[in-house]
Design a protein around this ligand. Structure first.
Ligand code: ATP
Length: 370
């Protein structure tokens, strides 16, 4: 059966081999992608990778040079932006400064000639959704940044679009407010059962809000998966390195058995055991990607561990709840290991130049070929 037999996975948007060129420059390079109904989808990648271009094509501000985009099964290539059941919320919010909050929210409905009564009902509903009922008569300059952001959200949801596009919507907010607003957005998305697509270059934001993430680079889709899979099973070095912190150990596969692999990586250092082959065979070059929090630091040589290496503490970053140890290995490589600071002053257990052991389980990392 098709994956979308599960109602949670019915595609709303389908990109089919979409390429977008600006002159001779290829901004989007042959992307095929499904975005499901009712999902909170994130496009994530560094500046210039093509995230905004993807959104602009969905909104209808740009046309693909090749390929098709459909929405709810209908090809939308020739539908102008204002006729698409799609709305876009910009980082600048683009509120009308001379209009009250309620007039801002009602604007699109008036343009579409909704009857008066329905407009006022819908505006009220939207005000209550974003918890701004008391602020209906204020103007944008009388609101905080977070409140303005919520007006912009209410306005873009008023016409009940099938798809809401959010282009770096929280970029102007400070860290605390940003985190709070992320949860509000998730809450609203769930309440309305709508499809949201967010563009962000903030990986933590994407991990927090999205049900699935597309990681992009240079106009291409590199990996599309849930935040957990992207973090635990990145499909290449680029994704491993872009999302979170990672140690990469380059080496050569020496032997493989069943699903197990041995990676030889430096003269005089023991091989590393990895429990998942990930398609690698003996003799190939590959790389182990392992997150710092999966690596333990001890003074005594650990027993009953799958992998252990000696090293010297080179640096310590104390972050309150955690400490990150930068440990220099025999081959000069710096390995990061993170321990939680459950006990007070736990980071004082080690200091610079201490000889330590690093250890981890053979299921802790992933083997990457690219
Ligand atoms: P950012 O995070 O900086 O907004 P982005 O991932 O959203 O980046 P896009 O705005 O999609 O990137 O741009 C992708 C590439 O296409 C960039 O190299 C950009 O310079 C180029 N580009 C975008 N729009 C045009 C245009 N109208 N004409 C020419 N080149 C363009």
């Amino acid at each position: 059966f098709a994956p979308w037999d599960d109602p949670a996975q019915k595609p709303l948007v389908r990109f089919g081999n979409v390429t977008k060129r600006f002159g001779s420059f290829t901004a989007i390079d042959n992307i095929s992608l499904d975005i499901y109904e009712r999902e909170f989808f994130a496009l994530l990648g560094p500046s210039g990778c093509g995230k905004t271009t993807m959104m602009r094509m969905l909104a209808g501000f740009e046309k693909p040079s090749e390929g098709t985009i459909s929405l709810g099964g209908e090809d939308i290539a020739d539908i102008p932006p204002y006729k698409r059941p799609v709305n876009m919320m910009f980082q600048s919010y683009a509120l009308f400064p001379h209009m009250t909050v309620e007039a801002n929210i009602a604007f699109g409905l008036k343009q579409d000639k909704w009857p008066k009564q329905q407009i006022s009902e819908r505006v009220e509903e939207m005000l209550s959704l974003v918890q701004l009922t008391k602020f209906a008569k204020r103007k944008p300059h009388q609101l905080s940044g977070g409140q303005r952001q919520r007006v912009a959200l209410a306005r873009s949801l008023a016409k009940k679009p099938k798809l809401l596009l959010l282009d770096e919507p929280l970029g102007a907010l400070d860290k605390k407010l940003r985190e709070k607003t992320q949860f509000e957005l998730m809450d609203i998305q769930e309440k309305l059962g709508m499809t949201f697509v967010i563009v962000t270059h903030d990986q933590e934001e994407a991990m927090t809000v999205a049900s699935r993430i597309a990681v992009m680079d240079d106009g291409k889709l590199i990996q599309v998966a849930t935040p957990e899979v992207i973090y635990e099973y990145p499909n290449c070095r680029y994704v491993a390195d872009f999302i979170g912190d990672v140690n990469l150990v380059e080496g050569r596969i020496s032997t493989t058995a069943e699903e197990m692999v041995k990676l030889s990586w430096a003269e005089g250092q023991g091989d590393i055991d990895i429990s998942y082959k990930n398609g690698c065979s003996a003799g190939e070059n590959a790389c182990l990607a392992i997150r710092p929090e999966k690596v333990h630091v001890t003074r005594e040589e650990p027993q009953d561990v799958d992998n252990k290496i000696r090293g010297v503490i080179h640096d310590i970053a104390y972050i309150g709840n955690l400490s990150t140890y930068y440990v220099k290995l025999g081959n000069g490589q710096i390995f990061r290991a993170q321990e939680s600071n459950r006990r007070r002053l736990a980071n004082r257990e080690f200091t610079w130049d201490d000889q330590v052991w690093l250890s981890w389980r053979n299921t802790a990392g992933v083997l990457l070929q690219k």
